[in-house]
Design a protein around this ligand. Structure first.
Ligand SMILES: *Cc1c(COP(=O)(O)O)cnc(C)c1O
Length: 393
């Protein structure tokens, strides 16, 4: 099938819930993808940060297929060594105590919300101490409850009624945050860098206020690191930049190297809130996914890889800043937003695609989330395309 046939076939049978680009990706290697007609693309998006090791990393692919030949799924009625190894390694690396396994970011956040509310109920016996403060412009997922948690009005449509118990505070507005805390609040949930919201980094003082209010009022702190986590910011967790340890951390996107996983990591008393029968997920802890995830974690625990990642991220940022029409670059590590002068990000995305470069947008910004394994040559090749697009318009 050529690209055109694939696109027609797909659209004939798949619900149209996405605005898609006319591109059928069929294979790839590292930060380079290939369409059905053999055209190559430099990938600055990595499937929204999901292909953290790029396409078809050979060590990752070997681990995944080796596990598939042993056992592809083990019910949560039983145990499995690959999932055990992954859980121990990830909790050690993140200095958290225990993990819950799910399959997506939304599912990880659902778990975080359940833990925060149950812990509040267990401790206070109060059915009204349930409110979770989230931030305006946040994004937490597409289930009814995580849409509710998402602080963007346009997501609160069509699917009424939404889950009650969320309250939205403007990011970096310390006064508004203080005012929002009352005796119905049990948790504060936030992204250190709002990804879908436009790659906005929280200010240190605001993060400090979250943690001081949480300590004072016994609130759970929940960091949604679904996009910022797993090396994306050139550190394992974005929390490391802020010097804080949230009670609950959610991870997904890059964690499986491209396979579906979403986890909820917990610290201290939050690790023992869920008891048998209170939560579950059929595919949670899938050994094939965990085998892929272990390769990601092994890579991120190599100091040489992390040192190189930091240097590459700085180079990537400098390269963006040197492009024409670039007003500012926001974000950390390889999670970068670009504010443009006189050209719409969606236009740049389409023109770059035509020239063989995949990029993302977030609100009015261009967004780059390249694979953590991208090479300097690939960065240069992608930047050359961006320069052409930004200069010739
Ligand atoms: C992508 C994303 C989610 C949702 O993840 P899914 O895997 O699509 O459910 C939640 N939170 C943040 C910060 C995200 O970037």
């Amino acid at each position: 099938m050529d690209s055109k046939e694939i696109i027609e076939k797909y659209n004939s049978a798949v619900i149209g819930s996405y605005g898609r680009l006319d591109l059928a990706l069929e294979s790839g290697s590292g930060a380079q993808g290939c369409n059905a007609d053999g055209k190559k693309y430099i990938d600055f998006g990595s499937g929204i940060g999901t292909n953290s090791l790029g396409y078809a990393d050979s060590e990752w692919a070997d681990a995944v297929s080796e596990q598939a030949h042993k056992a592809q799924h083990v019910s949560n009625y039983y145990y499995n060594s690959t999932a055990a190894e992954f859980a121990v390694k990830l909790t050690k690396m993140t200095s958290t105590d225990k993990i819950f396994f799910g399959n997506s970011g939304a599912e990880a956040n659902e778990c975080a919300i359940k833990i925060a509310r149950k812990r509040s109920f267990d401790k206070y016996g109060d059915q009204n101490r349930t409110t979770i403060i989230t931030l305006v412009n946040s994004f937490h997922g597409r289930t009814i409850t995580t849409l509710s948690a998402t602080g963007q009005d346009h997501f609160h449509n069509y699917f009424f009624p939404f889950t009650p118990g969320f309250k939205y505070v403007e990011a970096n507005n310390i006064q508004a945050l203080r005012q929002a805390v009352d005796d119905t609040v049990c948790a504060i949930m936030f992204e250190f860098i709002q990804g879908e919201g436009g790659v906005n980094v929280l200010e240190q003082a605001f993060v400090d206020e979250i943690f001081s209010l949480a300590a004072k009022h016994d609130l759970a702190t929940i960091s949604d690191e679904v996009q910022t986590g797993v090396g994306r910011t050139a550190k394992l967790l974005a929390a490391e930049y802020f010097g804080v340890k949230p009670d609950i951390v959610t991870l997904a996107k890059g964690l499986g190297g491209g396979l579906p996983i979403g986890v909820c990591l917990t610290r201290g008393e939050y690790a023992s809130v869920l008891t048998p029968g209170t939560h579950g997920s059929t595919f949670g802890g899938n050994p094939v996914v965990c085998a892929g995830g272990l390769v990601v974690l092994q890579r991120l625990s190599d100091p040489e890889f992390m040192g190189e990642l930091e240097k590459k991220a700085a180079y990537f940022r400098r390269s963006l800043e040197a492009l024409p029409r670039v007003k500012s670059v926001s974000g950390l590590g390889l999670m970068l937003g670009v504010e443009l002068d006189g050209m719409a990000a969606s236009d740049v995305l389409q023109k770059a695609l035509d020239k063989g470069l995949l990029v993302l947008t977030a609100k009015t910004k261009l967004r780059c989330l390249p694979p953590l394994t991208i090479t300097y040559e690939q960065i240069d090749a992608g930047m050359a395309i961006l320069r052409e697009v930004l200069e010739n318009d």
